[in-house]
Design a protein around this ligand. Structure first.
Ligand code: NA7
Length: 552
């Protein structure tokens, strides 16, 4: 493969800038970017819309919010001493516990001095003349840097459906992804929850504890497994800590970026029915979504195989929920298990056995409008004092599409992505020089232990910037061809699985008008990281690097 650096042109000399790198976002990705880039002597500034850092874990304060990856895995790996010191209270971290960890990391590494809070970025414009990105905030401040990192998150644009009448609702309404910091007291209230994705499933049991009446409006039933959350077992914790460095390293060689789950060796239909049942029962008892989907090799590849795992969970739902009509309605019936985010819950199905909790099917009778005193479906009317929208996010592309990103005189990113996102490795977009994404579309991000993927991308970008410095290059951009090939490859990989069979936020179909394109790379972290390494080994194959024109 030719070294891309050898066959490049030259760019105009670069003007002076305010920073070396501007980072958009102060979540887990933005914070690690500060840490990593500062280490190599770069002057950086991160802009964060919230009044605190933490991103997803800052905003999603709804009751019951919890990570579905185990605490010992879901953390940064760049501070081995912290790995040993930190005490996670439970098997799965709650939102407050994770935010506490993030705040601690920010303080421990003095990251806050390079974060500007309460600042949403509105535009990012690249000038061919100055070779700089000019980034403008909502307050009208403009700053410049030769490189820009979009650390904008994958689930950071909450989506409130535009039901007519919402402005006239007399009670309070909330979105799970924009939960008030001071919390919400639902005591003595008739509450409606719209949405039964992960946010709905996690919050419903908690809201039911307080509410006088709880009505859950479900359009699509989702698969959920018991998390089996518990205080962290000290013996397991000690064993994990003893192996932390090896486990952190091994995680990169696994499909989901999590070590400790031996990959399956058998296809589901090669096992007898009794063996399968015993296997699913053990996994059900153990808790954990990857573990369940790792029961057999082909659960996400073969519909008949998947059916066995889906049927098992449906049986469990029917056995848990006492009212047969409610139980039937809670059984997912329009997608194979695992093709939408497989939810982990604590007493979700059991909650529907409480006398003050009811389930309404808004697939057969959709919600028509919010009324001043509740909501109306095509069949019925419901009196509510408070409404919770657990209606999800404009996932993966929403936050970037909200920013006007373009090269002067060129198309905006939103226009470029009219038919779906197009990236090279989920790291860069052709035609947008020196603009990097962390866990962008067509990378494994959301299909992996997110923090591992964040660190992988940040390290890759930091190494790339260092390579540019050492080789005298000032500009990098992905070629159209490389992006085209990567988008096609990502689609082919997805099409070889069952994932595209579900109407999920992975496909963008939860947002009216958004193109239906499967967005994550599902070839696995191990395959992806090998590909990224090969790209570098081949002289940044698929990228064009160039240096300044001397005296131009
Ligand atoms: P999700 O998984 O996108 O779930 C959103 C839910 O809201 C889902 O059940 C939707 O039903 C429902 N929804 C959306 N619009 C409507 C309308 N108009 N009427 C009725 N129901 C509606 O978002 P979450 O926040 O739960 O989870 C996102 C991710 O965060 C999760 O996967 C984890 O990775 C963490 P639909 O399925 O579209 O029929």
């Amino acid at each position: 493969m030719p070294d891309a650096t050898l066959e490049t042109g030259r760019s105009a000399p670069r003007a002076q800038s305010d920073f070396d790198v501007i980072i958009v976002g102060g979540g887990l990705a933005g914070l690690y970017s500060i840490y990593r880039l500062r280490k190599q002597g770069l002057k950086v500034r991160a802009y964060e819309a919230g009044d605190g850092v933490g991103g997803t874990w800052f905003w999603n304060r709804y009751p019951g919010c919890r990570c579905d990856v185990e605490s010992m895995e879901y953390s940064y790996s760049f501070d081995p001493e912290l790995d040993q010191e930190w005490k996670w209270p439970e098997r799965y971290g709650t939102q407050p516990a994770i935010l506490e960890y993030i705040d601690h990391v920010a303080e421990r590494h003095d990251l806050m001095r390079d974060v500007q809070l309460n600042t949403r970025i509105k535009t990012a414009v690249f000038s061919e003349k100055t070779q700089l990105w000019s980034v403008t905030t909502e307050h009208g401040e403009t700053v410049t840097a030769p490189a820009c990192i979009m650390a904008t998150g994958n689930l950071s644009t909450p989506r409130k459906p535009d039901f007519p009448g919402i402005d006239d609702f007399k009670g309070n309404w909330y979105h799970t992804g924009l939960w008030p910091k001071e919390g919400v007291d639902f005591t003595d209230l008739r509450v409606g929850v719209i949405g039964t994705g992960s946010s709905g499933v996690q919050s419903i049991p908690h809201i039911a504890e307080q509410a006088k009446e709880l009505t859950v409006f479900q359009r699509t039933a989702n698969f959920s497994l018991p998390a089996r959350n518990a205080p962290l077992d000290p013996v397991k914790e000690a064993a994990h800590k003893a192996e932390y460095p090896e486990r952190r390293k091994a995680a990169y060689d696994t499909p989901f970026g999590i070590a400790g789950f031996p990959p399956p060796t058998q296809n589901a239909l090669e096992a007898t029915e009794e063996e399968r049942r015993a296997q699913y029962e053990a996994k059900w008892g153990e808790g954990g979504s990857i573990s369940y989907l790792f029961s057999y090799k082909d659960l996400l590849l073969d519909e008949a195989a998947n059916q066995t795992a889906s049927d098992f969970v449906r049986e469990k739902i029917l056995a848990t929920v006492k009212d047969p009509k409610t139980a039937e309605l809670l059984c997912p019936n329009n997608h194979p298990i695992g093709t939408k985010r497989l939810i982990l819950d604590s007493y979700y199905y059991e909650t529907f056995n409480k006398p003050h909790v009811s389930l309404v099917d808004v697939r057969s009778a959709p919600i028509q409008e919010i009324t001043p005193t509740g909501l109306k479906t095509t069949e019925d009317e419901y009196e509510l004092d408070a409404i919770v929208f657990a209606t999800g996010f404009d996932a993966m592309t929403g936050a970037m599409r909200e920013i006007d990103i373009h090269v002067e005189g060129g198309k905006t990113l939103e226009e470029q992505w009219e038919d779906g996102p197009r990236t090279y490795l989920g790291i860069m977009v052709a035609g947008l020089p020196n603009l990097f994404m962390i866990t962008g579309p067509q990378s494994p991000g959301v299909k992996s232990q997110m923090i591992l993927s964040i660190q992988w991308h940040t390290d890759w970008i930091a190494d790339c910037l260092e390579h540019m410095k050492v080789t005298g290059k000032t500009r990098i951009e992905a070629t159209e061809q490389a992006a085209e090939d990567w988008v096609n490859h990502t689609r082919e990989v997805a099409d070889s699985t069952l994932y595209p069979k579900a109407n999920s936020w992975y496909m963008g179909v939860n947002i009216p008008g958004k193109p239906a394109v499967f967005m994550p790379y599902v070839g696995g972290v191990h395959t992806y990281t090998a590909k990224c390494n090969a790209v570098v080994a081949n002289g940044y194959e698929g990228f064009v690097l160039s240096g300044e024109t001397v005296g131009a």
